[in-house]
Write a protein that binds this ligand. Structure first.
Ligand code: TYD
Ligand code: MG
Length: 447
């Protein structure tokens, strides 16, 4: 076999000239390349069952069992699924141990046998905390243990209904050589605990520490191993704690739970809007109230903005609890459609109270707060604002507007400025429907 080095044509015999391109002395001898065999390959042994129509599969709608803590149940969509494994992550000191201890107490008082494996604190420290939390119950068995095989042994000897491991970073498996708390250790231990939980039908909650950057070896590498991942967030110096589901095999990850850390442990926050607005100074320039949605729940939050002359070569933008990219976009809209020279100003925006609001329904509120701060004119005190802002300066609809209006009315707000598509009226609150950002600013009398 000979191939032309110019055009690649193949020839069975050597010749001085390539028939295909006409070039001279370009044919090179090629080693004959064996063609791959086309013989049929034996079918793969795939194992597993026969396919059945999805309609004929008995759906195992995991019956969730209430944990006894209302806010936790809300996040879980009803409770924990028996035999499931849940990872509770959060920064050190945020309240994970407190939460699990309160959950164990609630479960034990319903008659469930519980096991608390503590690797961080001694058994007597846990008992002292349980006494303070009024969580002493003889159905909570306590074991202070760092060795994985011994924990598994305890589980097997007398399987409880619910087992808490506090925390996964303190467990070690002597048979692996990596250091305690390393990614390999954490992952190996978690795999074996999950295996044991499924084999024994024990519901397991694993506590794991995460640093602010999520960097510490642990929870992040476990997310795919467990059924549910919960994250407890909050400023450890403040009292508000937000519990959210990052992953949940048995329900939605939409809901959040709100707690406040008090002297008697974590308490459910029954009226979060009142909490968020408690320190508000109504009428302050740069401050507005937005009925935002957190999961299925309307929350009234205070959105604040501060606009200053630029201090450095580039204007500074900073957000807390809001989406920074969204703020940039809204600044561009304000610059163009309101002829507000904010692109060259330093702009700071935040949500008071430590919650995060990243839904577009807060757009109008952010814009109004910026304009209000820029002109140093306060928004009318009894107004709430809600609506998505489009690039053309138009106001767009938001979801669940009725629920938002109801929450605002319940807290005594008299007027809501909303997009045109909102219902014309709502009990207890005056609804002002406006088509554009411009019209909204006129209604709020901010210029
Ligand atoms: P903890 O549950 O130990 O946090 P984690 O397990 O996430 O590291 O709780 C940490 C903080 O909570 C601790 O600094 C003290 C505070 N705390 C209260 O304010 N009230 C209480 O009743 C309890 C038990 C703790
Ligand atoms: Mg702890």
């Amino acid at each position: 076999m000979y191939r032309c080095s110019e055009c690649g044509a193949e020839h069975p015999k050597w010749s001085g000239r390539c028939d295909a391109c006409g070039d001279w002395n370009t044919l090179d001898e090629q080693a004959s390349t064996a063609r791959p065999s086309l013989a049929p390959v034996a079918p793969l042994e795939l194992g597993g069952g026969t396919a059945v129509p999805i309609t004929e599969v008995a759906s195992d709608s995991a019956s969730l069992e209430s944990t006894g803590l209302g806010e936790l149940d809300r996040v879980l969509g009803g409770g924990l699924a028996p035999g499931s494994v849940t990872l509770l992550g959060g920064e050190p000191g945020v309240g994970k141990s407190t939460l699990v201890l309160q959950m164990l107490a609630a479960q034990a008082s319903q008659g469930s046998q519980c096991l608390y494996v503590t690797g961080e604190e001694s058994a007597s420290q846990v008992a002292a905390r349980a006494a303070r939390l009024d969580a002493l119950d003889e159905r909570i068995m306590l074991v202070s243990e760092n060795s994985l095989p011994r924990v598994l042994g305890t589980l097997e000897a007398d399987p409880p209904a619910l087992c808490v491991i506090d925390s996964i970073q303190t467990l070690t498996d002597p048979s692996t050589e990596s250091a305690p708390g390393s990614v390999t250790q954490v992952r190996d231990c978690a795999h074996r605990i999950v295996g044991a939980a499924k084999a024994l039908g024990v519901t397991v909650v694993i506590v794991g520490h995460v640093t602010k950057e999520g960097a510490l070896a642990g929870p992040r590498v476990l997310e795919h191993v467990v059924d549910t991942v919960l994250q407890l967030e909050g400023d450890r110096h403040g009292e508000l704690r937000v519990l959210r589901a990052v992953k949940h095999r048995f329900g939605s990850t939409q809901e959040i739970g709100l707690f406040s850390m008090a002297s008697g442990g974590l308490e459910s926050v029954s009226d979060p809007s009142a909490l968020f607005l408690s320190d508000r100074r109504a009428g302050l320039p740069g401050s507005v109230v937005v009925p935002a949605m957190e999961g299925q729940r309307p929350l009234l939050v205070e959105v604040q903005a501060l606009v200053n002359q630029r201090q450095m070569a580039y204007p500074k933008r900073s957000v807390q609890g809001l989406d920074g990219g969204r703020l940039e976009l809204l600044m561009a809209v304000l610059q163009r459609h309101e002829e507000l020279k904010v692109m060259d100003m330093d702009v700071y925006a935040m949500v008071a109270g430590g919650v995060k609001v990243t839904e577009p329904g807060a757009d109008l509120g952010i814009c109004a707060a910026v304009v209000s701060s820029h002109y140093k004119r306060g928004c009318p005190e009894q107004f709430v604002l809600c609506g998505e802002v489009g690039l053309g300066g138009e106001l767009r609809r938001v979801n669940r507007i009725e629920q938002r209006l109801a929450e605002a009315a319940r807290h005594g707000f008299t007027t809501a400025v909303v997009p045109k598509s909102a219902p014309a009226s709502h009990p207890g609150i005056e609804v002002m429907r406006v088509p554009t950002l411009d019209a909204a600013m006129a209604v709020l009398d901010l210029y």
